[in-house]
Design a protein around this ligand. Structure first.
Ligand SMILES: *Cc1c(COP(=O)(O)O)cnc(C)c1O
Length: 498
């Protein structure tokens, strides 16, 4: 049984020390010189006074109460919480990368630029796009970059357009990115199979539609089977086809989005290409574009060879093999400082090089097999939202369980008692009582079977003792939180009252 954890401040005892700092014995005069009076605090900062051992135990204890992928199965749909090999972290921790200064001249960070170049080449090969930027630092940031490029494309043609079509099954970041990019999101309804039909797209099109943003496979875990026709309809209307690539892990080595008609695609490196991201970051949202859109990419653009003009900042110092090209008159501008989240790029690079083409293809195949295995194991107890073989994730509906007064959110909380992270709950929005499960390729058959056992047991509990599920979780350090208050009244300052 887990007990709530006290704060480290509660463990503080005056005078106790975890570290012994040397007495530097500076004269009052020296101190005045280096740290004048007005920069000094009147009193010592209110830090906890604890020994090194107490600090260690406090944080190790916390780490075991917190759920993470290294502790257990994490079926959070759409987020691709796969196990991330530690060798990627070792590569990113390499001091040669870690100590490189982001303002160092290009001639001194040729190795870093080389890595970015090779990663970009690999991602372009995998996704089928002839150009790419690694600047965006999240999937949503890649979407925003894509929206700005779509806008710039139409403006450049002298025919600005305002609307971007978005399926009703889309992730919330899609309409948000469109809105922040100064465009107008327009919802398009999925058909009875949960898919986007070319017919629905055709009906939604007009002269003001700049493009459509599709997730493929979509958030229901299904491949958009009319995609070739949709691409045709969109392009005939002079609009662009954007792919939200958060689910690209289902397509590695199997489908190249750039080859089936997509004009833009973001790749969540932290999902598909393996960076721990359970705490909400950091991320990387590489954006691939067609040859026609290359000129709008954020600047600077990484190039290989000798700078032809003096536009590269370091060109005058020493001609570099890899350099940053700032001479981009049609660029949408800068989307992030320096090189984006470089450490994520290192992890992605290490991951691609470790697996190779064959290994990446197996990632997709096994992700699909695992999701379908769960689908079959769970389909007696739960309704499958849109039946039929799925891709890398399966969406259940707890509407049958709801008849006994237990909701999807209650089932998610009861799973915590069984030692699992909750699935994605109440998303996609078009599925009532949605439970969205993405096992990923890194889980064994035995793990999947145990997880399915737990969900199936919960379904039985709902028949015999619904109150027990409704009041879950019972074994976690904290029980039900006030989710509204948690979102509205943020209290992240744990410093004791003065
Ligand atoms: C995760 C996700 C996003 C947003 O990506 P972030 O990297 O979290 O910004 C967009 N669409 C889908 C389908 C996703 O799963």
């Amino acid at each position: 049984m887990n007990t709530p954890t006290s704060l480290i401040y509660d463990k503080s005892t005056p005078g106790r020390l975890g570290a012994h700092l040397e007495d530097l014995r500076y004269s009052e005069q020296d101190k005045q010189k280096w740290l004048p009076e007005f920069l000094r605090n009147a009193s010592a900062p209110p830090l906890p006074e604890v020994t090194e051992g107490e600090v260690m135990r406090h944080y190790v204890d916390l780490s075991t109460k917190n759920f993470h992928i290294d502790k257990g199965f994490y079926p959070l749909g759409s987020c691709t919480m796969k196990y991330n090999p530690k060798r990627n972290d070792v590569a990113a921790d390499n001091p040669s990368f870690g100590t490189a200064h982001p303002l160092a001249p290009e001639s001194e960070v040729q190795g870093c630029l080389h890595l970015l170049w090779d990663l970009k080449a690999a991602l372009m090969e995998i996704s089928g796009f002839p150009a790419m930027t690694l600047q965006p630092v999240a999937g949503a940031h890649g979407e925003l970059t894509g929206v700005l490029i779509m806008k710039a494309y139409h403006e450049h043609l002298g025919k600005p357009r305002k609307k971007i079509l978005i399926p009703d099954s889309a992730h919330g970041t899609n309409p948000a990115s469109v809105f922040i990019g100064g465009m107008v999101p327009v919802e398009v309804k999925s058909n009875a199979k949960g898919l986007m039909s070319a017919e629905a797209v055709r009906e939604a099109l007009d002269d003001d539609v700049a493009g459509i943003m599709l997730t493929n496979p979509n958030t229901l875990g299904h491949f958009e089977s009319e995609i070739i026709e949709i691409a045709d309809v969109i392009h005939k209307a002079g609009a662009l086809l954007y792919m939200d690539g958060a689910n690209l892990n289902a397509e590695l080595g199997l489908v190249r989005p750039g080859a089936i008609g997509f004009d833009l695609l973001h790749i969540n490196l932290h999902k598909t290409f393996s960076t721990p991201h359970g705490g909400g970051g950091p991320g990387a949202g590489a954006l691939g574009v067609s040859a026609e859109l290359e000129k709008f990419l954020p600047k600077p653009v990484l190039r290989h060879g000798m700078p032809s003009t003096g536009d590269s900042k370091s060109a005058s110092e020493s001609p570099s093999e890899f350099y940053l090209d700032w001479d981009r008159p049609l660029s949408i501008g800068r989307m992030h400082s320096f090189y984006g989240n470089f450490a994520n790029a290192v992890r992605g690079y290490a991951y691609v090089r470790t697996l190779g083409a064959e290994g990446l293809r197996r990632v997709a195949e096994n992700a699909i097999i695992n999701a379908n295995y769960l689908r079959v194991l769970l389909s007696d107890a739960y309704e499958i939202a849109y039946p039929g073989a799925c891709q890398h994730e399966v969406v259940l509906s707890a509407s049958r369980q709801k008849k006994n007064g237990v909701r999807a959110g209650d089932i998610s909380k009861r799973l915590l008692d069984y030692g699992y992270h909750s699935p994605t709950t109440y998303f996609p929005l078009i599925v009532p009582e949605a439970l969205m499960i993405e096992p990923t390729e890194t889980e064994s058959r035995e793990t999947l079977e145990k997880f399915a056992d737990a969900l199936n047991k919960i379904s039985k509990e709902i028949e015999t003792d619904p109150e027990m599920v409704r009041s879950a979780p019972h074994n976690t350090p904290l029980r039900r939180l006030d989710e509204t208050a948690a979102a509205r009244n943020l209290d992240v300052a744990f410093l004791p009252e003065e």
